[in-house]
Design a protein around this ligand. Structure first.
Ligand SMILES: Cc1cc2nc3c(=O)[nH]c(=O)nc-3n(C[C@H](O)[C@H](O)[C@H](O)COP(=O)(O)OP(=O)(O)OC[C@H]3O[C@@H](n4cnc5c(N)ncnc54)[C@H](O)[C@@H]3O)c2cc1C
Length: 342
């Protein structure tokens, strides 16, 4: 029985306001469930434009998918909160969350930061965690859509380059690389196959291990690169020369600091699933830390669903995230039905 002091209870807490979380929230809202979506701004601050998402022949900026998704979610009564979900615990058949204020107080909610297109519509859609502390919420179901991090190395000017001259995914941006001069940076098999696959778009591809230890692939794969006309440099990168979002050269960390003029770079690295809350809730993770889900986005804990890049199911694409978010909402909604409704 709730007391006046007990935390508010909602049908569903969605953690993460990317494509997966927004899709989940919209679909839960449309089933007339009370939904609280919490997001701390993150990767969608990149300036990338998705060209392969159906229905947008001129492409759609990632930030616009968010902006439109937020608006769509609020239309169905979803509450949006800007904050960091710090803890998630199981409490019988309920789930308890502590949501903290962001260190800078949530500049995103009040107005776009430097790397986001200025858009008055973005301001004021989110509520903010009060300045004086954290908020507790209890939910009957949970959808985790917390994404991944670590696609790109850190270097001065990087944020301006992401999505303009710095990429990671051939499905997302290979077409935009036609006839460009490319460097692929990565030491594992995925990087080698990306370099070879990019030959479908341009013949001017170079590989760089991106670390002093060189490549971690069999010699036969380096031979494949040579046979395909791709030079492979077994060293780290000293510098990514860039200006105004355009990478102009990669400087190798070799004795002569070789400078390779390029106009695009693909970095192929292992990303990290954001799985702190999944661990706290006791969710099963695969060996690389992604949340294990069924094809209906169920996790191993009844009432908890996961969607998008944080999961192990599909390639990391907006279309997959939207589908998985929708599917997770179907699952969470079904979980809330009474036995007679099922
Ligand atoms: C540079 C770049 C270009 C891309 N280009 C394309 C493309 O052209 N086409 C395409 O289909 N896909 C593209 N992708 C992939 C696509 O963006 C992802 O597959 C998609 O964004 C996944 O959505 P998501 O909701 O799972 O995760 P995300 O969009 O990463 O959202 C996760 C959200 O969860 C929040 N979060 C995490 N933990 C917490 C917490 N504890 N509390 C509060 N909030 C939290 C994060 O802040 C983040 O906002 C690209 C990705 C990148 C990085």
């Amino acid at each position: 029985m709730a007391t006046p002091d007990s935390p508010r209870e909602v049908d569903c807490v969605v953690v993460g306001g990317g494509a997966a979380g927004l899709s989940a929230a919209v679909n839960m809202g449309r089933m007339r469930r009370s939904v609280l979506l919490i997001d701390e701004r993150d990767r969608f601050m990149w300036k990338h434009v998705a060209h392969n998402y159906l229905g947008f022949p001129d492409g759609i900026a990632a930030v616009d998918i968010r902006r439109l998704g937020w608006r769509q979610a609020t239309k169905y009564g979803v509450e949006l909160l800007l904050g960091h979900v710090a803890t998630a615990t199981r409490d019988g058949d309920r789930f308890r969350f502590r949501i903290e204020r962001l260190p800078d107080g949530g500049a995103w909610a009040r107005g776009p930061g430097p790397s986001v297109p200025r858009d008055a519509e973005m301001a004021g859609i989110f509520g903010e965690v009060p300045a004086d502390g954290s908020v507790e919420v209890v939910a009957r179901t949970v959808i985790l859509a917390t994404g991944v991090s670590g696609h790109f190395p850190e270097f001065p000017g990087r944020d301006e380059c992401v999505g303009r001259s710095l990429f990671w995914c051939i499905h997302c941006d290979g077409y935009e690389s036609i006839d460009h001069v490319l460097a692929v940076v990565g030491h594992e098999e995925d990087a080698v196959s990306t370099a070879l696959d990019l030959l479908e778009f341009t013949k001017r591809v170079t590989m760089i291990a991106g670390r002093p230890e060189g490549f971690d692939v069999p010699a036969s794969r380096l031979a494949d690169l040579t046979a395909a006309g791709i030079a492979a440099h077994p060293c780290a990168v000293a510098e990514y020369e860039n200006h105004d979002g355009r990478i102009t050269a990669v400087v190798l960390d070799d004795p002569s600091r070789t400078r390779l003029p390029v106009d695009q770079v693909y970095t192929v690295r292992r990303t990290r699933a954001t799985n702190d809350l999944a661990r706290q809730l006791g969710l099963e993770l695969n060996p690389i830390g992604q949340i294990v889900v069924t094809s209906e986005q169920h996790t191993n804990v009844p009432g908890v669903y996961a969607a998008g890049d944080a999961t192990s199911l599909h390639d990391h694409q907006i279309s997959a995230a939207v589908h998985e978010g929708n599917q997770a909402a179907c699952g969470a909604n079904y979980h809330l039905y009474s036995p007679a409704q099922r």
